[in-house]
Design a binder for this molecule. Structure first.
Ligand code: ADP
Length: 497
């Protein structure tokens, strides 16, 4: 039943919390609930979640969001799902019971498996087909680990008794009983060919993964079945699904090739729409499916991430005790006119694209007798912008295009000093949207497009309203000087090994 007051429910299953948000036709939030869940660290570098907890927590927040907004299931047009990507779950087809905890994207346990596959010379083939790197981050080698470690699992999988899914699949399975995923999530598994848009039999064979475990790959805006009646008292169609970063790109309405979003969270995730064909990167950026809107509607993206983004501010707070809360970094940074030639490279866990230097370490250069906590805080904030600049410059080089502007979201995008400095150092405007919940909004848009709640991309683009715009106020000469000094600092971080 489509009513005037209908809403779209987005389920946003993140790494540390589950959220549910109800959106209206204007793309405004009308109800929301959130709940954190337990992170399991069995060993240093290993991260797991309990799949049952993920499901229970996600279902609970969906109900709470509806209660908070006093919306009944009859008023929900459709559901869109967005999720932490790459996290790997295996469960029994018959009982729906997980056979192991979810292995989270951050988990490094399959590092040795990646090295083995690299030694076998498989990396170029895998990169070419999947657009990804041979890294523990992606689901494929996590699966190899599970099949090696759990006795008898492979035989059961070959008999069709075991199902695999990323978190989207897991939730859809619990909601509907169907075993499905979408193209964006599939494109993060290391098993999916982004050119032919199918599970890749050569890779499956090389990794020893039984094809019987794989979900059917749907478009991102598609019919993912109906929720079981007992859940919400009525069947509700699921019509949208995308990995969190792709959903954010969609939620920002980055529909034009060359449009870019950056999410400033713990790390920063930068995605650029590259249009109907993937751009395979020479600089270590990833190529991925941005969204699939059905026949002829596949859009690709180039992706890069900054490992330590907002986390450098947490470090100032928790390890250095320099600030009480994250927002204090801005006050400190603004108490001085510039960083006094101090540069901080937060290579705490090495550097990602475009450097890919796992051995680089955090470095502060340019310290004098007059350097204060304010200089360090300012340099820390600036480092988030410099690292994002490096990604965006690499994207421009790869696609030989000029990125006109940047759309920003995430916790640290609340920092106006950072956003202004980002605009200055890019020499491009940075836009902050009115609705900061762009990830959930993207999932809602995908669902509502399929059901006709929104009529098309133009309709959605009209919904995008800017809250703030930061324009570059820096001369090119100064920008070039600062960037030159930043790159010297990066060299320092890379040479101390
Ligand atoms: P995630 O989704 O990765 O958990 P969030 O989008 O919630 O992250 O953002 C949290 C991050 O943003 C933290 O690392 C925090 O240090 C940083 N952050 C939050 N507010 C500010 C601020 N005002 N200035 C700078 N960084 C901030």
């Amino acid at each position: 039943m489509k009513t005037q007051e209908g809403y779209v429910l987005a389920l946003d299953q993140g790494t540390t919390s589950s959220r549910a948000i109800l959106f209206n036709r204007a793309g405004m939030v009308i109800g929301m609930a959130q709940e954190g869940f337990k992170q399991i660290y069995p060993r240093p570098g290993w991260v797991e979640h309990d799949p049952e907890t993920i499901w229970e927590c996600q279902f609970a927040v969906a109900q709470r969001a509806m209660e908070a907004a006093q919306v009944t299931s009859a008023q929900i047009d459709s559901i869109g799902i967005t999720n932490q990507r790459e996290t790997t779950i295996l469960w029994e087809r018959d009982t729906g019971k997980p056979v192991h905890n979810a292995i989270v994207w951050q988990c490094r346990r399959s590092f040795d498996i990646c090295e083995e596959l690299r030694a076998m010379g498989l990396e170029p083939m895998i990169r070419e087909k999947t657009g990804l790197r041979l890294d523990p981050y992606f689901s494929g080698t996590k699966l190899v680990w599970l099949f090696r470690e759990i006795p008898g699992l492979k035989e059961r999988a070959e008999r069709g008794e075991i199902l695999f899914g990323t978190v989207d699949s897991w939730l859809i399975y619990r909601l509907t009983g169907l075993h499905l995923t979408d193209a964006t999530n599939a494109s993060r598994t290391l098993l999916y060919n982004i050119h032919s848009r199918a599970w890749d039999s050569e890779i499956l064979k090389a990794l020893g993964i039984p094809p019987a475990i794989l979900p059917r790959v749907m478009a991102s805006s598609d019919d993912f079945g109906m929720t079981r009646r007992e859940l919400f008292g009525r069947e509700i169609p699921i019509r949208g699904c995308a990995g969190d970063q792709q959903a954010a790109l969609f939620g920002h309405t980055c529909f034009e090739p060359g449009s870019v979003k950056n999410t400033y969270g713990t790390g920063c995730f930068t995605l650029m729409n590259t249009g109907p064909a993937p751009v395979l990167s020479e600089q270590g950026l990833l190529s991925t499916i941005a969204w699939d809107l059905g026949p002829g509607g596949v859009t690709y993206a180039m992706e890069g991430s900054v490992f330590i983004g907002g986390a450098v501010i947490q470090w100032l707070r928790d390890e250095l005790g320099m600030i009480r809360e994250a927002a204090d970094a801005e006050t400190l940074a603004r108490s001085i006119p510039d960083s006094g030639e101090v540069y901080l490279v937060p290579a705490f866990v090495g550097l990602g694209a475009p450097y890919w230097d796992p051995e680089a370490r955090g470095t502060i250069v340019g310290i004098t007798r007059g350097t204060t906590a304010a200089h360090i805080a300012r340099a820390a904030l600036e480092s988030i912008a410099y690292q994002s600049y490096d990604l965006i410059a690499a994207m421009e080089a790869e696609c030989r295009c000029d990125i006109p502007s940047l759309k920003a979201d995430g916790g640290a995008s609340a920092n106006s000093f950072l956003m202004q400095f980002q605009a200055d150092i890019l020499g491009k405007p940075v836009f902050i949207p009115e609705v900061n919940e762009v990830t959930a909004l993207g999932a809602a848009y995908l669902a509502g497009l399929k059901s006709g709640y929104w009529s098309g991309l133009d309709d959605l683009a009209l919904n995008w309203r800017k809250k703030r715009e930061f324009s570059s106020e820096m001369t090119e000469e100064r920008r070039n000087r600062l960037l030159g000094r930043w790159h010297l600092a990066v060299e320092a971080a890379r040479s101390f090994k």
